[in-house]
Design a protein around this ligand. Structure first.
Ligand SMILES: NC(=O)C1=CN([C@@H]2O[C@H](COP(=O)(O)OP(=O)(O)OC[C@H]3O[C@@H](n4cnc5c(N)ncnc54)[C@H](O)[C@@H]3O)[C@@H](O)[C@H]2O)C=CC1
Ligand SMILES: O=C(O)C(=O)Cc1ccc(O)cc1
Length: 308
């Protein structure tokens, strides 16, 4: 395939940027791939595995790039944009891959130079692994990649970015940033917090009842521990930057939990059965819509992750 961008600069060299580098190289989508990460250890690893041309500063990495991808924790997007702004090529497109959209738009837009395009994005694909070794080329295959363009986004710049995303194997959709943040609070952010909490509860119990919680952990708990092994910095930033929507969903979650708790206390088997019948139908709907690979870990092709 002919290259879609002359030079793609990746800022932050972790799971998502690493997967993009592999996917773009495999399909020949970028003339050059340059990159930068804040930590020297990460830059060394990225050089060692030949991820991209690694630079010691973000300014050098973005020089001449027609696409810049911000792939750092959500709370770092604004400061990174401020740092690279004076060094961007005229007319460059900047996108991000953050799990929250409105706060990233608010943090990035004030630093956007005249003539540059900012198109916020979010690949709905990931794993609990992080860092430059965690990336793999097939991460985005058959996954959604949501874009939350601003009203005055240049249609040509948008179409070009969408062509890169689809060439990496993903499906694109567009929506407003506030709607994105609410949808993701339901489907990703609150579930992650619930998993973190459940593992915390089990950890507390473990101290009380020895090693049994771990030793006899059934599949449900194992799934929680996988999710709760996700990067602490990334998830701290997600909750701090999608505060309202996450708190709204957690409030609703708590209300439902009380309803089920009461049904158990009252021995109301009918209510529990009805509830679980409804949730089973939701799961079946997801599978019929082709949104589940059947693999225990969302977005990952078994065995394709070199970090494992
Ligand atoms: N991990 C996942 O499953 C998914 C993550 N995302 C989003 O993608 C973004 C990146 O996540 P991952 O690739 O998983 O993270 P990661 O932890 O694997 O990599 C983050 C990279 O950013 C660098 N970094 C951190 N602060 C920096 C700063 N101030 N300046 C320059 N570099 C900095 C780190 O050194 C590291 O190289 C996050 O915003 C996250 O919300 C989106 C979809 C899925
Ligand atoms: O590993 C999992 O289960 C995930 O849910 C991956 C993931 C994490 C964060 C995102 O913003 C999108 C996808």
């Amino acid at each position: 395939m002919t290259a879609i961008y002359r030079q793609v600069a990746l800022i932050g060299l972790g799971l998502i940027a690493g997967s993009m580098a592999h996917a773009m190289r495999e399909a020949g989508l970028a003339g050059r791939i340059t990159g930068h990460a804040r930590s020297a250890a990460t830059r060394d690893t990225a050089r060692e595995i030949g991820l991209c041309e690694v630079f010691d500063t973000a300014a050098e990495a973005v020089r001449g790039a027609d696409l810049v991808v911000l792939a750092v924790p959500v709370g770092a997007m604004g400061p990174v944009m401020e740092e690279i702004a004076p060094h961007l090529a005229p007319g460059a497109t900047i996108t991000d891959v953050g799990s929250v959209k409105q706060s990233v738009i608010d943090a990035v837009m004030p630093h956007l130079p005249e003539g540059a395009h900012f198109i916020p994005g979010h690949p709905l694909a990931g794993t609990e692994h992080s860092g430059p070794r965690a990336g793999f080329a097939t991460l985005f295959r058959n996954r959604w990649w949501l874009l939350t363009p601003l009203p005055d986004t240049d249609p040509q710049a948008l179409a070009r970015l969408e062509s890169l995303i689809t060439a990496m194997g993903a499906k694109t959709d567009r929506m407003g940033a506030p709607h994105h943040d609410l949808v993701l609070a339901v489907t990703s952010h609150a579930p992650h917090l619930i998993a973190y909490t459940m593992v915390g509860v089990a950890d507390h119990l473990r101290r009380v009842s020895g090693e049994e919680v771990i030793q006899y952990s059934a599949a449900g708990f194992r799934d929680f521990t996988r999710i709760a092994a996700s990067d602490p910095t990334m998830w701290r930033d997600v909750f701090l930057h999608n505060k309202e929507a996450t708190l709204d969903i957690l409030g609703r979650f708590t209300e439902e939990l009380f309803v089920l708790q009461r049904a158990i206390r009252m021995g109301d088997g009918q209510q529990l059965h009805d509830y679980f019948t409804r949730t089973r139908a939701i799961r079946r709907g997801i599978i019929e819509a082709g949104q589940d690979t059947g693999a225990p870990d969302f977005g990952r092709t078994p065995g394709a992750n070199p970090a494992e």
